[in-house]
Design a protein around this ligand. Structure first.
Ligand code: FES
Ligand SMILES: [Fe+2]
Length: 336
């Protein structure tokens, strides 16, 4: 009796593209805006500690209402300032009561010794947008956190943080946006006409494109999606005729980890308070559905550029964008 055998041809070599630097490789990280905490986590007078870039920072809000982000460890003996307190616009260390100005310089000690000239903290460029406090890894921001296309006063915003940290670098999650194969395969979305490769607008710190298509169940969709820096997903579009905005900035507690923040926006003028709140919940659920589809993959992936096809054109360009992306770590000596 003949025995059926299968014939397998293999080149025995795995085809890999040039690697993309992991966050923290050679001691540097993407020069970008990273979410640190939700605005509501630091009411005036409150200070919290947050893991960031493999080190530790504090975020606090002083009497003026401005949010600050600084290195967490006191210049004296390294106490974590998150267990200290806010006094006016300054931070006071819990241990020996050294006090730091919001621009990072030690202004006084409890016992009256003059603060040594080098006694300072690292102050991050920071900003607060849509209920999230961001810090910039870099000396001078090269771009701003993206804006939704309506004035803040017209927007209702809902913010949250996913409870579980994802075990990949933020840029790995960002690769989903230029990955048009996965939009069709994993999310079951079809594009109207050709894949929108030619409609992608590139800058040295962003990529964004518009597309029209359909969900698996046939509902038409019209979205604008993109990535800012290496870690801020941006989306806007309409659901059943109503405009929404979504931003998921990816935090970077340490190399190989992502903390997913979510900002969902609607226009107040498009409904009363109750319907707007219901709409924000529905959009959040829709976004979370997409995230749930992605999570099993991103939670287990061993990500590296391999063999690509023509549908990966935009993804391939994004890989090059990531390889070329500036990296730095000016706070290194302070936060670890
Ligand atoms: S460790 Fe902070 S004041 Fe001494
Ligand atoms: Fe996805």
């Amino acid at each position: 009796m003949a025995i059926a055998t299968s014939t397998v041809t293999s080149s025995r070599h795995r085809h890999l593209g040039p690697p993309i630097p992991a966050e923290g490789d050679n001691g540097v990280f993407s020069e970008s805006w990273f979410p640190i905490c939700l605005s509501r986590e630091i009411p005036p007078g409150e200070i919290i500690g947050v893991d960031f870039l493999g080190g530790r920072v504090v975020a606090y809000r002083g009497a003026t209402g401005i949010a600050h982000v600084m290195s967490a460890y006191c210049a004296h003996l390294g106490a974590d300032l998150s267990v200290g307190d806010v006094q006016g616009e300054s931070v006071r260390c819990a241990f020996h009561h050294w006090k730091y100005h919001p621009y990072g310089v030690c202004e006084s000690t409890k016992v009256g010794d003059p603060p040594p000239p080098g006694a300072c903290l690292f102050v991050f460029p920071s900003c607060e947008r849509y209920g999230v406090v961001f810090a910039y890894n870099g000396e001078q921001p090269r771009f701003a956190v993206p804006n939704f296309p309506y004035p803040d006063s017209e927007l209702a915003i809902s913010t949250s943080i996913l409870p579980k940290v994802t075990p990949t670098d933020p840029w790995v999650l960002s690769c989903n946006t230029p990955d048009m194969q996965h939009i069709k395969a994993l999310h079951n979305i079809s594009f109207d006409g050709d894949d929108p490769h030619d409609r992608v607008e590139w800058t040295d710190h962003s990529m964004i494109y518009d597309f029209k298509g359909r969900h698996a169940q046939g509902q038409p969709i019209e979205y604008r999606v993109g990535i800012y820096g290496t870690n801020i997903f941006y989306q806007s579009g309409t659901i059943e005729g109503r405009w929404f905005g979504a931003m998921t900035p990816f935090g970077l507690p340490k190399p190989g980890q992502t903390r997913v923040f979510a900002i969902i926006a609607a226009r107040k003028a498009d409904g009363d308070e109750v319907s707007t709140s219901t709409f924000l919940k529905a959009v959040t659920e829709l976004e979370m559905q997409v995230v749930r589809e992605d999570l099993p993959v991103v939670n287990s992936i061993h990500f590296r550029p391999g063999t690509l096809t023509r549908s990966d054109r935009t993804l391939a360009r994004f890989f090059q964008y990531l390889r070329d992306y500036p990296r730095c770590h000016p706070s290194a000596e302070f936060i670890v």
